[in-house]
Design a protein around this ligand. Structure first.
Ligand SMILES: [Zn+2]
Length: 74
């Protein structure tokens, strides 16, 4: 008995797998960002204090402007 008798072509199989992987990679490309003109690397949303309008980064317990307690919905 030899390996060839099994009819198992490793080379053909590995080439088929490589072709499939290539197809997957090509179809897996994420679409280009649909926000042209957005030059910000990391767009950070900002909020404003409901009391005084102070700009907030988010997550502050108290407003740095007026000290009102802030509630953040996760
Ligand atoms: Zn405030």
């Amino acid at each position: 008995m030899s390996e060839e008798d099994k009819g198992f072509d490793v080379d053909k199989l590995s080439r088929a797998i490589a072709a499939e992987l290539k197809k997957l990679n090509e179809s897996d490309k994420p679409p280009a960002p649909a926000v042209p003109g957005n030059m910000e690397k990391e767009p950070k949303p900002t909020w404003n204090c409901p009391e005084c309008g102070e700009k907030l980064k988010g997550g502050e317990k108290y407003c740095p402007g007026c000290g009102v307690e802030l509630e953040w919905a996760e």
